[in-house]
Structures are given as structure tokens and as C-alpha cells.
Design a protein around this ligand. Sequence first.
Ligand code: HEM
Ligand code: HEM
Length: 181
Amino acid sequence: MNTQKTYDSKTIIFHWLSAAIILGLWVVGQTIDLFPKGTPRITARSFHITFGIILIILLTLRIKWRLGGGIKLPQALPGVLGEVAVRTHQLLYVLMASVVTLGVAAVWIRGDNIFNLFTIPAFDPGNQQLREDVVDIHGLFANTLLILAGLHALIAIWHHKVIKDDVLVRIWPKVSAYFKR
Ligand code: HEM
Ligand code: HEM
């Protein structure tokens, strides 16, 4: 039986670091077109892609950790609600993996100029429709991820404020614990 009450520190760091990067990527992704054409827009897009690649590495390590050593805690709620929570977490993982995969496809298909340092050639340069479609699908999945993650966060806050259980606390960073190590 699992007597552990909180997640291990790696699971906690993976959770909050990916959440912060995803939020940042979404904000930059939504605002890239507001940057003036030329270097400012290239820089914004290059930052988006660079942090996207950092997220891919983080997500790979996180999934390996989740399937391996990461602590799994019992469902917070019994019955159907607990089952819904487990499925939601799985769906969040699937959406994160899909968004980053579609992001890589977007770079590959539309081609890119990274920080004015090097260029990635477009997959099919004349095919503007394909370029728009892949970015649109990437954006659609990104929005879906953000909406589901937002609902997930609201439910976590509801657990904390209304039910007053330890669901949020068990994934909350234990800052003092890191200093002891
Ligand atoms: C969870 C992670 C990510 C989120 C939330 C995210 C979000 C977004 C959003 C909202 C857009 C705008 C879509 C639109 O205009 O319809 C976008 C565009 C884009 N994303 Fe991402 N993205 C993520 C990861 C990635 C990754 C890993 C890459 C590539 C390595 C990437 C590459 C791109 C590219 C090339 C564009 C098109 C930029 C443009 O229109 O100029 N994204 N992203
Ligand atoms: C982009 C944002 C987020 C994503 C993609 C995300 C994704 C996830 C995933 C996949 C899990 C399952 C962890 C595992 O067992 O490996 C999880 C757990 C959890 N998340 Fe998030 N999360 C996000 C933001 C948030 C925020 C903002 C909050 C709180 C305000 C939050 C609260 C929680 C809690 C309390 C758990 C543990 C649930 C339990 O033990 O039953 N998450 N999150």
C-alpha cells in the first residue's frame, strides 16, 4: 500500500516547470503576429521554438519518470469522479505530446529562420495552404490544452478551498525541503 502523502520533488518540479513553460509558449504563440515583421518577429518565433524544444526534452524526461520512479498517489475522489481525474491527467499528457509534435511539424513544413543564425527550409515552399493549416492545427491543439489545463487548475483550487483536502498541497512545491538537501 502507498503510504506516501505527497508527490516526490521530481514530479513536482516537472509539473510546475512544464506548466510555466506551456503558459509562456501559449502567450508568445498567440502574440507572434503582433511583433513587427523582420527581426522582432523572427526573434519572438525563435524564442517560441527554442522553449518548445526545451519543453520536448522536459516532457520526455517527465514521461520516463512517470512511467518509472515517480510516485503515484491514490485517486483523490472515489468512484466516477476519481476515474475522470485520472483520465483527465492522461489526456493532458496526450495533448502536451500532440501540441509539441504539431509544433515540430509546423517548423518543418513552414520552414524557419532561427534568430537570423540559420534557416530551416520549408517542406513544400509554394504550398501556403499547407503551412497555414499546420499552424492552425497546432494552435487549435494548444488552445484545447490550455482550456483543459485551466479547468484542471480550477478543480484543484476547488479541492483546496471548498473540499479542503490535500490534493493541491500534495503537488505544491515544498520549498523548505529543497534547501535541506
Ligand atoms: C505546449 C507547447 C506549445 C504551445 C502551448 C504552443 C502554442 C502556440 C500557439 C498558440 C501558436 C499560434 C497558432 C496560430 O497562430 O494559430 C503557435 C505557433 C507556432 N508554434 Fe507553438 N506551441 C507549443 C510548442 C511548440 C513547439 C514544441 C514548437 C516547435 C519546436 C512550436 C512551433 C510553433 C511555430 C513554428 C508556430 C508558428 C508561428 C507563426 O505563426 O509565426 N510550438 N504555438
Ligand atoms: C499547463 C498547465 C498544466 C498542465 C499541463 C498540468 C498537467 C497535470 C498532469 C499531467 C498531472 C498528473 C501528474 C502525474 O501524476 O504525473 C497534474 C497533476 C496535478 N495538477 Fe496540474 N497541470 C497544469 C497546471 C496546474 C495548475 C495551475 C494547478 C493548480 C492551480 C494544477 C494542479 C494539479 C494538482 C493538484 C495535481 C495532482 C492531482 C492529483 O494528485 O490527483 N495543475 N497536472
